[in-house]
Ligand binder design. Structure first.
Ligand SMILES: *Cc1c(COP(=O)(O)O)cnc(C)c1O
Length: 389
């Protein structure tokens, strides 16, 4: 068996995004022990950088070992006790996944639903909270399966009427790409992942808990049902005690530290502006090609763009061609959107002008080969107009 040499892809799917070379080098640094004084410094740096990207003062701000879904599971398993009522907003795969986990935790689930590709009716959320007096409302900020952004300020407005209810937020595809502002919107438990807009390999799930969420954790009547994700124990390793719980994934923490340093060097505002600009250029190009976006303009994510697949075009053929001929990965639709949309991620390092122009050009080429008649060059020109104004 030979050494594995992965091809160089351009990752424009729903994640992972391209990691910066600095992050990849950090992964190959020598190992130290998980209680080595030098590693403890790395942990402190990561906590302080995470507070910066989450825009929070929360003390309990750490990376969970595991991907974004481990962060999701950590949120529910730590905050929900059997019989607790939880309202989950569902308009895509990740709201569905939250609902599944609530059931596994023994919670009593109330779903507020919106069509996949659309945003929520706030009155439905309000009514669900009135009816259930649920101590937790769970929301996906950036629904990666549909490209819909949920407005945090609007959710906050509703929650202001229910001061007892905890605000649980999935910001896996928004952190580092869109403003998240944990303290401003008084989010009580937020989790993210490393491989989306933070452009680090998959493997850690940054989380942050408000004082209110920590006090719910302390007041639990029963033990957290997951040993691995039990924050009452994990926090002792990240806190002053430095008590061994499980071996920290050393190299992943090096990589996250470097990825967060890159975010800080760019500055959050600049990073959001970059994601916004590349999104606008992509949409202009897509529309110039005569294709349509799935979501309404005001609901669109900058980090994940969903394009309706034109009739008579083969989803699989286009994606295979993009990968084989151009080295570009994009995602297909899931669930009810299977074969209906493409999902084009412009996350972290992957969100740049070269990628947008290359993708538009490649898509135009591939669609022409599929028999669509297109005005060649129109997409790139429309995108360039966005960059030049
Ligand atoms: C990717 C993603 C997750 C899950 O993360 P994994 O790293 O795949 O476990 C959860 N929520 C959202 C919104 C995501 O995009």
């Amino acid at each position: 068996m030979n050494e594995f040499h992965p091809p160089r892809r351009i990752l424009l799917g729903p994640g992972p995004s391209d990691a910066d070379n600095r992050v990849l080098s950090a992964l190959s640094a020598p190992l130290v022990g998980h209680l080595d004084p030098e590693f403890l410094k790395v942990m402190d740096d990561i906590q302080s950088l995470l507070r910066y990207v989450f825009e929070t003062q929360n003390k309990l701000t750490i990376p969970i070992s595991g991907t974004g879904s481990a962060g999701m599971e950590a949120a529910f398993v730590n905050l929900v006790e059997p019989g607790d009522s939880v309202v989950v907003c569902v308009n895509g795969v990740f709201g569905e996944r939250m609902s599944d986990i609530v059931g596994r935790c023994g919670g009593t689930l109330t779903r507020v639903e919106a069509e996949w590709g659309a945003s929520f009716d706030l009155d439905q959320i309000r009514n669900a909270l009135k009816k259930t007096h649920a101590p937790i409302l769970a929301v996906v900020h950036a629904e990666t399966s549909t490209g819909v952004l949920t407005s945090l300020s609007k959710i906050r407005q509703v929650l202001d009427e229910f001061p007892e209810t905890l605000f649980l937020l999935d910001c896996v595809t928004s952190l580092g790409g869109h403003p998240v502002e944990i303290d401003r919107y008084q989010v009580d438990f937020a989790y993210s992942g490393t491989q989306k807009c933070l452009s680090c390999p998959p493997g850690l799930a940054p989380i942050t808990l408000s004082e209110k969420a920590v006090s719910v954790l302390r007041r639990r009547k029963s033990k957290v049902r997951s040993w691995y994700l039990d924050l009452t124990m994990v926090e002792k390793y990240w806190g002053e005690e430095r008590t061994y719980h499980h071996t920290a994934p050393i190299s992943m923490n090096y990589a996250l530290r470097e990825a967060l340093r890159i975010v800080q060097e760019e500055g959050l505002e600049n990073r959001w502006a970059r994601h916004h600009l590349n999104h606008r250029a992509l949409v202009a190009g897509v529309e110039a090609m005569g294709l349509a976006m799935l979501c309404k303009p005001e609901d669109r994510l900058w980090s994940l763009n969903t394009i309706r697949i034109p009739e008579k075009v083969s989803d699989a053929k286009v994606r295979t061609k993009l990968l084989q001929d151009f080295g570009i990965e994009i995602g297909g639709g899931l669930g009810p959107l299977k074969n209906k949309i493409w999902r084009v991620g412009l996350m972290g390092s992957s969100s740049n002008r070269n990628n947008v122009l290359l993708f538009l050009n490649a898509l135009e080429q591939v669609l022409s080969e599929q028999g669509m008649s297109l005005e060649r060059g129109a997409a790139v020109e429309a995108a360039m107009n966005v960059y030049c104004t």
